[in-house]
Design a protein around this ligand. Structure first.
Ligand SMILES: Cc1ncc(COP(=O)(O)O)c(C=O)c1O
Length: 472
């Protein structure tokens, strides 16, 4: 320890770093011993924390011990194999290590010149991913488009909405704007409309079909009706893999309407987009060539730590025009040369961290084939579970799962289903969430965790059946 400095020395960092990596590895080895859903009561974690911060620095061992004593009881174990709630927020070894290195380098990549590698690796990976997912070539940075890593799909939707609105206004389309999404679209679309100041009344939620996917005919009718009323349709969000049921909106039918009517088409494939790694699952993106923007979250199903959303536009100029402001203090020769990308112009914040590093580690560790293997196995397990549910007369499979989200319910009323859900979550063995479909409570089992294997789903199903028998 340097008596003149409070900082950790490189030697101490090395020693403590090893301890922390060991802690994480041990955590993964014992993760199944914890209840998946935290049992902490409101205020319980804060009550274990001292009222005031330490006046003098504490021993690192004491801090690490408190991780077990104070923090772990308040953790819901997202990386546990019995985590089937929401959608996953997957971590993986290579991703965690990439994240650590990004923190170690500590660069801020707002401009190309503030760390060229931060920008160029990102641009390169986003071009790789165009090929990996079979996205339209015009999304590539060496064509008219390009990709950028954002924090979340919500931010990506906001950027798409803002760019579409600016484009409509620049084209002289005056009047009350209207955006469209299905009744099943994620709430981030409504939030984006609110933040962009477009006005919540401007969002039309279009009816869905019996698979809960947006009805293209209903979209066309809504657009025509709005035009007749003097309103200005400008934006459609199609969802590939809705949050409630994983419905796949038909891009091949929606796209031509958007082209004909001059509407910006944003495709939100936050969770399901990862499936397109597998050629046999690429049908989910059929019609994507019509999209103006597209996003998916490697931080959900592609084993990359939160946060990491990949967002592409077909015409990067429109995005940059909508977001770029160049104050004097950011001027530099590289920017003025026009030869570089400054990602600060591609999203809301100015500052940005080196997220591409963890994505690079993931893609290189697994390889495209390794990623496909994991995705295929998740889909296979989910389909197998759906088969078991279908065969069991005590349960109803609410919709056939297109991929790896299984929606089911116990035959009975909502109260019985709520009781089943609560019992399962209190068991500590698993964590599931529910949704409402056709105004009925439905249990969702999302199968895509890094550590979830067939055996965990089989065990969970046995428990579900056993608990259901007690309720029936
Ligand atoms: C379809 C869909 N879109 C958007 C989101 C929002 O994701 P994010 O947390 O990245 O904003 C989700 C979250 O689950 C989602 O399921």
């Amino acid at each position: 320890m340097d008596p003149n400095s409070a900082h950790m020395t490189p030697d101490e960092f090395r020693r403590r770093g090893r301890q922390v990596v060991d802690w994480i590895a041990d955590y993964y080895e014992r993760i199944e011993r914890f209840p998946v859903l935290s049992r902490a009561k409101p205020g319980e974690i804060r009550a274990m924390l001292p009222p005031d911060p330490p006046e003098t620095g504490e021993e690192f061992d004491t801090v690490l011990a408190d991780l077990d004593r104070v923090i772990l009881p308040g953790i819901t174990h997202w990386q546990a194999p019995g985590f089937f709630a929401y959608f996953p927020a997957n971590a993986s070894g290579p991703s965690i290590l990439g994240e650590l290195l990004s923190a170690g380098l500590g660069v801020q990549g707002m401009l190309w010149s503030t760390s060229p590698a931060c920008t160029e690796l990102e641009t390169h990976l986003m071009d790789w991913l165009v090929g990996m997912l079979g996205l339209p070539e015009r999304f590539r940075s060496d064509r008219s488009g390009g990709g950028v890593i954002q924090d979340t799909a919500s931010s990506a939707a906001l950027c798409a909405l803002h760019t579409a609105r600016e484009g409509a206004r620049a084209a002289g389309r005056d009047g009350p704007l209207v955006a469209y999404a299905s009744t099943q679209a994620h709430s981030s679309i409504e939030k984006g409309i609110r933040i962009a100041g477009i006005g919540e009344e401007s969002l039309r939620l279009v009816e869905v079909d019996d698979r809960l996917a947006l009805r293209a005919d209903a979209l066309a009718e809504a657009v025509a009706e709005d035009r007749r009323a003097g309103r200005v349709p400008f934006f459609v969000c199609a969802t590939v893999g809705t949050t409630s049921s994983h419905a796949i909106d038909p891009l091949a039918a929606i796209g031509p309407i958007c082209r004909r009517e001059d509407l910006w088409l944003h495709v939100d494939a936050a969770m399901a987009g990862t499936a397109a790694l597998c050629p046999e699952l690429r049908w989910i993106l059929e019609g994507c060539e019509h999209a103006d923007s597209f996003c998916f979250n490697p931080h959900k199903w592609m084993f990359t730590n939160f946060d990491c959303d990949c967002f592409w536009v077909a015409d990067r100029k429109s995005l940059i025009d909508a977001l770029s402001i160049l104050p004097e203090y950011l001027r530099n020769k590289a920017t003025e040369s026009g030869a570089v990308i400054d990602y600060r112009d591609w999203h809301v914040p100015l500052g940005r961290r080196f997220r591409a590093l963890k994505l690079w580690f993931v893609i290189r560790h697994y390889g495209v084939e390794g990623l496909r293997r994991e995705v295929r196995e998740n889909v296979r397990i989910a389909q197998e579970l759906a088969g078991k549910i279908e065969e069991d007369p005590r349960f109803e499979l609410v919709v056939p799962p297109p991929l790896n989200l299984v929606c089911f319910r116990l035959i009975g009323d909502d109260a019985a289903n709520q009781r089943l859900l609560d019992t399962l979550n209190e068991s500590g063995e698993m964590f599931l969430t529910a949704t409402r479909l056709d105004d009925r409570l439905v249990l969702r089992m999302s199968i895509g965790g890094t550590n979830t294997r067939a055996v965990h789903v089989e065990r969970a199903w046995e428990r579900i059946v056993a608990e259901a028998a007690k309720i029936a």
